[in-house]
Design a protein around this ligand. Structure first.
Ligand SMILES: *[C@@H]1O[C@H](CO)[C@@H](O)[C@H](O)[C@H]1NC(C)=O
Ligand SMILES: *[C@@H]1O[C@H](CO)[C@@H](O)[C@H](O)[C@H]1NC(C)=O
Ligand SMILES: *[C@@H]1O[C@H](CO)[C@@H](O)[C@H](O)[C@H]1NC(C)=O
Ligand SMILES: *[C@@H]1O[C@H](CO)[C@@H](O)[C@H](O)[C@H]1NC(C)=O
Ligand SMILES: *[C@@H]1O[C@H](CO)[C@@H](O)[C@H](O)[C@H]1NC(C)=O
Ligand SMILES: *[C@@H]1O[C@H](CO)[C@@H](O)[C@H](O)[C@H]1NC(C)=O
Ligand SMILES: *[C@@H]1O[C@H](CO)[C@@H](O)[C@H](O)[C@H]1NC(C)=O
Length: 535
């Protein structure tokens, strides 16, 4: 297990110090130091190009379903083995990685296995028949055990229910989008049923959001899936209530510019929540699915975005086991302190309305090559100070503010301040997706009068690149560039979520409102199928 890894590096440091000091002094020096500085682990995530089934109107046989899942597991096996050989202690694989996403309740059924509660203490690799026919769980458990590495995989769970229970589906099973984690012995240590489904008629919503954590010698872990990241439960509660060190996050994320591209939003969430986030996305270029990464609270460690090839990708990075006690841990931020204490810059007369997706923003143009601007919408005022290296004739930037229920579903309350490049020099194109820019900024400072403490700082550069080490958030809530002139900027944003103003915020806390949430979700889903956010 990883203990040997940590122990080895501890001994190496001891040996190093020991060579020039007496041992007792060395031990004393180590104790006096922040020991956590040595306390890291090697994390892996794998972006997987799923082998998809043929589109089927009727269910395939269990044998055919297993055949397809095994083809995908063959590919995951290579990634898991390689990660373990390189010393990884844990690897995350994507949502839907064994079979894709295009199913009805009936056509997904042959892919499902009954997954027991981890409390049963089960090593499927050793005790194969204990819970019936579970070939997928057995193989995954053996992969973890054989390679001595923690493995997270997303699979489908079926739970028999009593037909007299009015919520029990007509086939007699609840069907869940599920993450499982096996430890280095192959033991099932975690099972999480996804709560916030996104256009997934094949799966059921669990009665309550599940708060799933597990402990290892390299920190405490929490789990959720894809769309869950936009909501308070379980995501925020795992970080704040359970004090997890690292979140494992499988996803099938469809990129949406300018604010919700995978690498951009996920790296920002890790910074805003001050937690490690290990993201494994699916790879499917024609659906805009790419973008995985290993994100630390202070900065992205490694990320991958590839719209060119059809290949999967393994990422590895060393991560702090206990980021809260690491010297790099960022200070808490008061997101509105600066914006509330300054005298607002003169409000621009030429403010105009425009759309990002379906959300109506108020925009104002960055007309000069440098300046101080304010734009407001209802309770939210956004301030920007900036100096461009050079104002490009054909590139137009705006400062925008949005506060309100987002999109067509209108369930999530957003507060957003953003500076972005418009698609063309015509101001009616501001907010539309654009992927390239050439304008660099010598200085920018963005802030807003947020009413929420959940704000995620995003910086996205030309050709969909992050900007690690080149920006920071000051304690008073200003998002500023650092270490000199920026790269060419697509957008700089403060993405706020005001959860308590969400429609149905309290859903999931009682089963009645969970049911109404489900009903409303289904109604909204019918109209929301086209795009907006992600899988
Ligand atoms: C794990 O190792 C055992 C014995 O070494 C072998 O029989 C089995 O096929 C391996 N399983 C996997 C999934 O690699
Ligand atoms: C993990 O350890 C903490 C204390 O260190 C404990 O409170 C918590 O219950 C443990 N969690 C699990 C899932 O075992
Ligand atoms: C992918 O993204 C591009 C640009 O952002 C957009 O035009 C296109 O419609 C998206 N494709 C899908 C399938 O959503
Ligand atoms: C944040 O700063 C503002 C302005 O200084 C202050 O009024 C507010 O109380 C602060 N909020 C918190 C949570 O400290
Ligand atoms: C700013 O936004 C509000 C709310 O959407 C809108 O009523 C108002 O007209 C906008 N202001 C301008 C100048 O577009
Ligand atoms: C913006 O404001 C700062 C002080 O708040 C001032 O020093 C600077 O000159 C202003 N910049 C412009 C271009 O007006
Ligand atoms: C900007 O685009 C709008 C909508 O496409 C169009 O009606 C308008 O004429 C354009 N303005 C200019 C100056 O090209």
């Amino acid at each position: 297990m990883n203990v040997t890894y940590d122990f080895r590096s501890y001994q190496e440091v001891l040996a190093m110090i020991g060579s020039s000091f007496p041992t007792s002094a060395a031990v004393f020096a180590l104790l006096a130091l922040n020991v956590s500085a040595l306390d890291t682990f090697l994390a892996a995530v794998y972006e997987h190009a799923i082998i998809l089934p043929n589109k089927a109107e009727t269910p395939v046989s269990q044998e055919d379903a297993l055949l397809l899942m095994n083809k995908n597991i063959d590919i995951l096996e290579k990634a898991i083995t390689e990660a373990a050989e390189k010393g990884a202690q844990i690897i995350v694989t994507p949502e839907d990685a064994l079979y894709g996403w295009d199913f009805t309740r009936e056509t997904i059924f042959p892919y499902l296995e009954n997954i027991p509660d981890p409390q049963v203490n089960w090593i499927p690799c050793q005790d194969t028949h204990r819970f019936g026919h579970t070939p997928v769980q057995t193989r995954l458990s053996c992969l973890a055990k054989n390679n001595s590495v923690y493995v997270l995989v997303n699979i489908g769970d079926k739970k028999p229910c009593n037909s007299r229970d009015s919520t029990c589906p007509s086939n007699g099973y609840y069907q869940y989008n599920t993450n499982v984690v096996y430890d280095t012995e192959g033991k099932l240590v975690a099972r999480y049923h996804k709560y916030h489904l996104y256009s997934e008629p094949q799966f059921d919503v669990p009665k309550k959001p599940e708060l799933v954590t597990f402990n290892t010698s390299f920190g405490r872990f929490g789990i959720f899936t894809c769309f869950d990241i936009l909501f308070h439960d379980p995501a925020v509660t795992l970080v704040e209530g359970f004090q997890v060190d690292t979140i494992l996050f499988p996803t099938a994320w469809m990129n949406v510019l300018p604010l919700l591209t995978a690498i951009e939003f996920h790296s920002a969430w890790a910074m805003g929540m001050r937690v490690n986030l290990l993201v494994a996305n699916t790879h499917h270029v024609s659906l805009n699915m790419t973008g995985s990464g290993i994100y630390a609270p202070h900065s992205p460690k490694v990320y991958h975005y590839d719209m060119e090839t059809a290949s999967g990708k393994l990422l590895l990075s060393e991560v702090d086991s206990h980021p809260r006690v690491s010297p790099a841990y960022p200070a808490a931020i008061n997101w509105s302190a600066y914006a509330r204490t300054i005298k607002p810059f003169p409000i621009q007369k030429n403010t105009f309305g425009g759309f990002i997706s379906r959300d109506e923003f108020n925009f104002t143009e960055l007309y000069e090559s440098a300046g101080n601007l304010t734009v407001c919408q209802k309770e939210l005022c956004c301030h920007l100070s900036y100096r461009m290296l050079e104002k490009e004739e054909n590139e137009v930037y705006v400062l925008g503010a949005f506060t309100g229920l987002h999109g067509r579903r209108r369930l999530e309350y957003w507060q957003v301040c953003t500076m972005l490049k418009c698609k063309t020099a015509n101001l009616t194109t501001c907010g539309q997706p654009v992927e390239t820019a050439s304008t660099r900024f010598e200085m920018f400072s963005l802030s807003g009068t947020f009413e929420t403490k959940y704000v995620f700082p995003e910086v996205l550069l030309s050709k969909i690149h992050l900007s690690p080490g080149k920006f920071e958030v000051l304690k008073d809530g200003r998002l500023v560039n650092k270490n000199g002139t920026s790269g060419p900027i697509l957008t700089v944003s403060l993405f706020g979520r005001w959860y308590t103003k969400d429609l149905l915020y309290n859903s999931g806390r009682t089963s009645n409102s969970a049911r109404s949430y489900l009903l409303i979700s289904i109604l909204l889903m019918i109209t929301a199928l086209q795009n907006i956010v992600m899988a």
